[in-house]
Design a protein around this ligand. Sequence first.
Ligand code: OOG
Ligand code: NI
Length: 444
Amino acid sequence: MYRSEVPQYGTLMELVADVNAATLTASPALKADLERTDDLERIGLERHGAIRLGTAEELFTIRRLFAVMGMVPVGYYDLSVAGVPVHSTAFRPVRAENLARNPFRVFTSLLRLELIEEEALRAETAAILARRRIFTPGALALIERFEATGGLTSTEADDFVREAVETFRWHSEATVDADTYARLSKVHRLIADVVCFKGPHINHLTPRTLDIDAVQHAMPAHGIAAKDVIEGPPTRRCPILLRQTSFKALEEPIRFQGEGEGQAGTHTARFGEIEQRGLALTRKGRALYDELLSSVRDAGGQGNAGVDYARRLTEAFASFPDDYETLRREGFGYFRYVLTDKGDQVSSAGLDSMPIEALMASGYVDAYPIVYEDFLPVSAAGIFQSNLGGHEQRSFAANANQGAFVEALGSAVEDEFAVYEKAEARSIASVRAGLRHALHHSAA
Ligand code: OOG
Ligand code: NI
């Protein structure tokens, strides 16, 4: 659906597929690692999308809708720091085996009406939003069925997908007249985007590339005008967290409510984005990332503007270790531990209780970086800004309200660090179980 709605998305997908294929050919070691961790198969499928909701009820129901697909809210992102009046979470599977089958995430934002200063406008906005129904009756019925029975039959699942897709579709007919749109747009373009349409259209769908610098470089030749700056960490030998860049995709014709056919207008809702994902950082690693990033952005109050931003970023990150061994041993990132072939064939007792370091030193166990599956608030703010036609980012006073968000959502959000910690711990437990199992077999 999105490919037919936004043709440039198809061009982007081809470019990313080409770059990924070339990267894998150039680096057999990377390919082998991705194969080993089951990541290779998912890379061509992997996407994240984004939607923006208007009311607490919409957020509550979207949580239930994503739960049908095994996707739960992870993390809380306060975007008001960048002057964007939303707060957000990301719906995604959390277990490695589920991500391998369903590598999709939806960055989901809720408009914060309380940040609209003018009272009359706030009331008007709330009234417009209260009138819309973004879920089909069929989708609601199937969500209830799922909740009552703990699953759907194959036929019901097909119906569910067909009904659920309707929520994310683009509607060119605005729910308001041109004047209302213009007034809301003036307060914040994002408010108009959320409030004036029938539903929370997917605003971008992002593929994962193995080399974002190569894609960024190749985009102009494919008629894609990327934003100047790649958000996130600089280019490194060992990629960490998430690097992203975006481009404006479409100026869409829309129709406002009004006499006759209604007045014609345009709206820029949808954009394109690509991302490269790297090692998930521990709290310690993340604290260093945040510190280095803000040291660059806060210098001279320039945010990420300025021609030499990329160079300053690279310089600042020189103090962030850039080999997996150090990142792992010093606790900067999360790793998945697996038995080597040698570990599979052990024949001496007691190995299963040896420290992981000793098992690695003896060649029984290998460690692979756990991929970061979440988002970065500073980057997300940059993406919002550039696609709203905003200027460079500056720091605003933080105004987080996780309590209100969670109340609207109707459930807590998972703590992203806890999710990665558990993944690492599970891999260690299965290494130890594997060592016991291997011994048992060789003894038999
Ligand atoms: C979401 C922007 C954030 C990302 O990748 O950080 C985002 C939006 O514009 O609705 O998608
Ligand atoms: Ni995105």
